[in-house]
Write a new protein. Sequence first.
Length: 152
Amino acid sequence: MDLDMIIEKRRSVRSYTSFVPSDRDIEKLVVAAGAAPSAGNLKARKTFVIRSRSKKMQDIIEVLHQEWVSEAPFLLLFCADTKAIEKYGDRGRDLYCIQDASIAATFAMLRATDIGLATCWVGAFDEEGISKAFGLPSHLRPVSILVVGYEK
């Protein structure tokens, strides 16, 4: 699929089948996220795969208060790494690593569309609650959650 078609086809989906994408397809999204540009090429972001039926998925769903998320076979959690961006000072911590995580999520989202997966970007959440539910260290700040699966 060419980029114009991917952009045209991509939309937010909130209803998923029970079919689970292959590990290879999940890996393609993680690889795409890793290929995203970053400030100073520091890659001041982390991407986590959260599979359905896992304790972490259930904890995150409780924090999100968005029950539809439980239909998805997996989530990608994108975090800004404030420690990795320290050389850029306050601007790096407050902006660059947030941008890095957002661009990575965008690359993963577009790749998902390219391989036939549906997504929904979730940015409205209790940041502290997600950090606690996932057990994130203090230098990782959750920026977005990409809900991924096959559209119902």
